[in-house]
Design a protein around this ligand. Sequence first.
Ligand code: DX5
Ligand code: ZN
Length: 224
Amino acid sequence: MNSSFTLRVAPSILSADFGALSAAIDQVAPEVEWLHVDVMDGHFVPNLTIGPPVVESLRKHSDLFFDTHLMITEPARYLEAFARAGSNGCTVHVEVGETADLIAQMKDLGLRAGVALNPDTPFEAVEPFLDRLDLVLCMTVFPGFGGQSFMAEVLDKVRRVRQAVDERGLDVDVEVDGGIDVHTIVPCVEAGASTFVSGSAVFGHDDPDQAIRDLMAAATGAAR
Ligand code: DX5
Ligand code: ZN
C-alpha cells in the first residue's frame, strides 16, 4: 500500500529514564535512525522537559537524527540554540503562529523543517506551508505527557495530509505522535503516516529493542 516511502520508528526519550539517557539511547540505537526529543516549556503545554544543553550532551553521545519536537510558545527564540546544540530537524507547532517565518528560520539554520498540529487543529492550518516543509506531525494525543491514549479521530487528517503530499509530488514525512503501539500503528500506516513516534511502548517495554522490531513488523505488515 504505502511501499513508496520509508517507514521509521522514532523513539521518544520522554519515556526514558532522564537519569540515564545515554544508556537509553544505546538500547535503541541499533534499531533506529531517528530519536524523538520532546521539548516542553510549561507554557505551550503544562509540562517542562529539556532544552539545548541536554541536546548538546546527547549529540556528543549519538549520531542518530535528532527529531526535535518543540512544544514551546516562542520557538523563534530557541531555534538557533537547538541547531547549534545538534538538532537535525525541528518541528514547531502551527498553533503558535508565525509559521512561514519559523520555517524560513529553520531552513536558514540548516534544519529539516517540521510543523505539528494538535489533534483539534484542522488540516487547512498546515496546507499553505506544505511545499516548504520536510515533515508534518499530526499529534494523536494532546501534547504534554507520554502514556496517553491514541486518538483515532486524527486519522482523517493524516489521510488528508498524505493525499495532499502525494498529489503535489512532495517529499514530506508524515509523522504521528502519541499513543502509538503495535495496534494503533496499523491504522496510522493505512492512513499514510510514515514516521511513528513512540515513547511508552518502547521505553516502557522490558526490551526496547524488541519493542521497536515489533512496531516495525506491525507497520511493514500493514503497508503490504
Ligand atoms: C507528547 C509527546 C510525545 C510522547 C509520546 O506530548 O510529544 O512524543 O512522548 O509518548 P507516548 O508514545 O507514550 O504517547
Ligand atoms: Zn513528541
